[in-house]
Design a protein around this ligand. Structure first.
Ligand SMILES: NC(=O)c1ccc[n+]([C@@H]2O[C@H](COP(=O)([O-])OP(=O)(O)OC[C@H]3O[C@@H](n4cnc5c(N)ncnc54)[C@H](O)[C@@H]3O)[C@@H](O)[C@H]2O)c1
Length: 358
């Protein structure tokens, strides 16, 4: 089976490429990346050594996409994946829309032409910011938790946010481009009878992630702690009680392999949340505590009262649907993810400078 991975030099795209190769699955891989993410150029050498073809091209340009060879599946991992994208000095709204949505449209047209399947890596940031920000929470120790005794909106529960949770705007420009990409992918799948799978991923984390405070928070936090760089808890009381959950991309790869092998499965929902869930949930304050023990010193963390537009205090993603439909579950839990990032940080003293700028 021939598979095109877009964003092949990015954190997730490169992890998928590696995991697919290591799986022994009979896949003929090709990648494309425009190297727009600082740090992504570092993965080029690996592909060269392994003899994997990764084209330097841009999915925003239909001519770059048209020049790619025919494949059976496209796995779309190219994006500007920051929830602040288009709202800060690093990118304009138009750039985000072109990378994330126009790119998807070009790839869907490519799939239509070659009768290829399309697998979109979407995000939990398609869920309504207001609905997430209004969830009833209680702080226990140094982490928020959901108050199970209070009325909860559809799709919210102690196991997390499921696919029926509201997706009404505002959801960030990033979330909006992904939600629109999901809708178009479903539309192409249904009207042209193409296989389509959509994975709404929660936070993905592991060694080699290009860490910034707005994207790749665990890689950023551990690297910054180790280098004694300034760290700050933003908003929500300023003590780092905000909670997310993490999934290692190797676990995502195991699911994607099942989805590519399955092709269309009549009756199965095409869209599912994919996450580490409650078992791999953490608060920032807990990560700071973990860093103190792991690195053997205390590093002070400042605080700021201001909450940024897309910040939310609690988001654990419930992936029960993916677990049930695909007989899938994560194997790499939070301690292993943190350990892996810490080792990588120790081995790469310049990682923040390489990956957090730009
Ligand atoms: N990392 C996460 O926590 C997370 C969570 C949910 C969903 N996702 C999704 O997974 C995908 C990959 O994210 P990531 O964390 O690997 O991000 P990343 O920034 O590390 O990788 C994205 C890659 O895409 C490339 N790229 C961007 N625009 C491109 C374009 N127009 N043409 C070609 N290449 C382009 C970049 O150079 C980069 O190498 C994204 O679609 C993102 O929305 C990631």
């Amino acid at each position: 089976m021939k598979v095109l991975i877009t964003g092949a030099n990015g954190f997730v795209g490169s992890a998928l490429m590696r995991a697919f190769r290591e799986s022994g699955a009979n896949l003929d891989l090709i990648g494309i990346d425009n190297l727009s993410r600082p740090g992504s150029e570092m993965n080029r050498e690996e592909w060269r050594k392994l003899g994997v073809r990764v084209v330097h091209g841009d999915v925003r340009a239909q001519s770059d996409v048209d020049a790619l060879p025919a494949v059976d599946w496209v796995v779309d991992a190219a994006a500007n994946p920051s929830v602040l994208a288009g709202l800060n000095a690093q990118s304009t709204a138009r750039q985000v829309i072109e990378h994330n949505l126009l790119g998807t449209i070009n790839l869907l047209e490519f799939c239509r032409h070659h009768r290829a399947g399309f697998l979109l890596l979407s995000t939990s940031r398609v869920y309504s910011i207001e609905a997430l920000a209004s969830l009833p929470l209680v702080q226990t120790g140094n982490a928020f938790g959901l108050r199970a005794d209070a009325p909860l909106p559809a799709g919210a529960g102690v196991d997390g946010i499921s696919e029926t949770f509201p997706t009404a705007a505002p959801i960030s420009l990033y979330g909006a481009t992904k939600l629109a990409s999901e809708t178009l992918a479903l539309e192409y799948g249904a009207s042209l009878d193409l296989p389509v799978w959509i994975n709404r991923c929660g936070l993905l984390a592991g060694a080699g992630q290009f860490g910034r405070p707005d994207q790749g928070i665990l890689a950023y936090w551990l690297n910054a702690y180790l280098r004694r760089a300034p760290l700050k808890y933003l908003g929500f009381g300023g003590n780092g009680a905000q909670v997310r959950d993490a999934l290692h991309p190797r676990d995502l790869a195991a699911l994607v392999l099942k989805q590519l092998a399955a092709g269309p499965v009549p009756g199965r929902p095409r869209l599912a949340n994919v996450s580490g869930g409650a078992a791999s949930a953490f608060s920032l304050a807990q990560i700071t505590g973990w860093c103190g023990e792991r690195f053997g010193f205390q590093h002070p963390v400042g605080s700021e009262a201001e909450v940024r537009a897309a910040d939310i205090p609690w988001l654990i993603l419930n992936s029960a649907r993916a677990r049930q439909d695909w007989a899938w579950h994560p194997n790499v839990l939070l301690p292993e993810i943190l350990h892996e990032i810490a080792l990588h940080a120790e081995l790469h003293p310049g990682w923040l400078e390489l990956s957090a700028i730009g």
